[in-house]
Design a binder for this molecule. Structure first.
Ligand code: ATP
Ligand code: MG
Ligand code: MG
Ligand code: MG
Length: 488
């Protein structure tokens, strides 16, 4: 059986043998892109090459990139724990061609690695290609479709066409872009986790755990013009990404990424500390808490290592939210004292070889997490009581909605990020009145601004606000004012 370490290194060695240079993972905090809160794909560090702004140092590269998907276009936070294969932090194995090889090699090598090196049953694999787009006149990717048929034993029925949403990649409205091909695996009807959803039919890209996406191969071959037209690029690029956790589950014959050697050591430590047992059940509240905690602590460990500390703004607030969610799930496991900082040791032990920066910063990371756990722990239990009363009231009312006043009080006095209150409400089939919450938030900001003007606040309130996407804006209750008038 492959260990996750072997899966990671076999991937990199396979591509090294094919002339690729190992380029270490970039930090989870992008250094070259102010529009991105966290690195969310292996290609991020190569973006300037695709844009023609910098020259590649090699023509072929490969690595395992640390990724975080909790904001912007890619936000998988709400999936975490409720399914078995989306994480906030994950590793994306990737290989790149910078104006060198193209579709033929990318497809042939991906197939060779999966079926010959990893020994995955080829009868379970499916491939997808871009179907074209009537609106912008782009053609289906017949080239890739024919290559899958020619280079692999896949029958035509298992080479499917999908539209833009799944099979076309672009960085923005203009610029380098292109079709992609994905490899999915059919794990069998018993693995569907959407049986209870009316009308659900298992299929590639239907969003159930029967068909899992393993690898995305992007073929960057066009330059989109401001009028929407696609012009061919002179140099063509390959950019691929495969999820290490998903491959590991598959190769270790596990039904869940959490049952692999990437997560089990963390889960076992949580078992030892809390005395609760993990049972892998998707519908179990305590098992879900194990999954969320083991997921979130990885994001926290990697992001603090790379320089983000929990705070009230931008990236720091994203991590504070993650930590507070995890702390709340610790209560589900009856843990009332800080303990998540202890899990850092387990992660470093397991992953420090692949990511040596973890070893270097371990003590710092533990100190930061412990102190965050302590400070939120002081208000968490009282906040949970208040939420419980508010939720019971909402359950009895027609609107089934937790009031904006309650959500704001929880935020302002007890440090509950809005999304945590929303998550707890969802667990009880309730909504939260976010409009009123936003109004109260705005009023508070206005009060703080007025106070600032009259000089009643002596502190320097300047903070570096990061550019945020629309999605993040929702969480951007990061104003420096809050720091002063709020509870922290
Ligand atoms: P999905 O459709 O399953 O959400 P995706 O299409 O969003 O995946 P890509 O952006 O194509 O994913 O990323 C490349 C690969 O990274 C995926 O094929 C998958 O193996 C892995 N991956 C993507 N998101 C996650 C995640 N949140 N957790 C773990 N692995 C992931
Ligand atoms: Mg996704
Ligand atoms: Mg997908
Ligand atoms: Mg994809």
């Amino acid at each position: 059986m492959f260990t996750s370490k072997q899966i990671r290194s076999s991937f990199i060695d396979f591509f090294k043998d094919k002339g690729h240079k190992f380029v270490p993972s970039a930090p989870v905090v992008p250094t070259n892109d102010a529009t991105l809160l966290f690195t969310n794909a292996g290609m991020n560090q190569f973006k300037d090459i695709f844009l023609g702004l910098s020259e590649p140092e090699c023509s072929r590269a490969a690595n395992s990139q640390k990724c975080i998907r909790v904001s912007g276009k890619h936000n998988d936070l709400e999936e975490v724990g409720l399914d078995t294969y989306h994480h906030t932090f994950f590793e994306m194995l990737g290989n790149w061609s910078f104006g060198d090889y193209f579709k033929e090699e990318a497809i042939a090598w991906a197939w060779e690695l999966l079926t010959e090196v990893y020994g995955i049953d080829q009868d379970k694999l499916w491939a997808t290609v871009f179907a074209g787009d009537a609106e912008d006149g782009s053609e289906p990717d017949v080239e890739a479709e024919e290559l899958w048929a020619k280079l692999t034993p896949l029958p035509k029925e298992r080479i499917l066409r999908f539209d833009k949403k799944d099979n076309f990649w672009e960085m923005g409205d203009t610029g380098p872009c292109g079709p992609c091909s994905e490899i999915h695996i059919d794990l069998g009807p018993e693995r569907c986790d959407k049986k209870h959803v009316p009308g659900h039919e298992c299929a590639v890209n239907a969003g159930c755990a029967r068909f899992i996406e393993l690898w995305n191969l992007v073929f960057i071959q066009f330059n989109r013009q401001p009028d929407g037209k696609l012009l061919p690029l002179k140099a063509k690029y390959v950019d691929t990404g495969a999820g290490l956790e998903r491959l590991t589950a598959l190769l270790q014959n596990k039904h869940s990424n959490y049952d692999t050697d990437l997560f089990m050591p963390i889960i076992e430590a949580v078992q030892d500390i809390t005395g609760h047992k993990y049972g892998s059940a998707l519908e179990s509240k305590t098992d879900n808490a194990f999954r969320v905690i083991s997921d979130h602590i990885r994001s926290l460990t990697f992001s603090i290592t790379d320089g983000v500390t929990p705070s009230n703004e931008g990236r720091g607030y994203v991590m504070r939210r993650i930590l507070r969610r995890a702390s709340r799930f610790a209560r589900v496991l009856d843990a009332h004292e800080p303990f998540m900082y202890k899990l850092v040791d387990v992660i470093v032990e397991n992953m420090g070889e692949a990511f040596p920066e973890l070893v270097e910063r371990k003590d710092f990371v533990k100190t930061v997490i412990k102190s965050e756990e302590e400070s939120f722990g002081r208000t968490l239990d009282r906040g949970l009581e208040i939420f419980s009363v508010a939720a019971s009231e909402a359950e009895e009312s027609d609107k089934k909605t937790v009031s904006g006043e309650n959500a704001f009080q929880l935020y302002d006095t007890y440090g509950f990020p809005l999304d945590l209150t929303e998550l707890m409400a969802r667990e009880r089939g309730l909504k939260v009145d976010t409009d009123t919450f936003d109004e109260l938030m705005e009023q508070q900001r206005a009060r703080a601004r007025a106070a600032q003007k009259t000089g009643s606040l002596a502190m320097d309130l300047s903070g570096v606000a990061l550019p945020v996407t629309e999605d993040d804006a929702k969480y951007e209750h990061d104003s420096v004012e809050t720091e002063v008038v709020g509870w922290i």
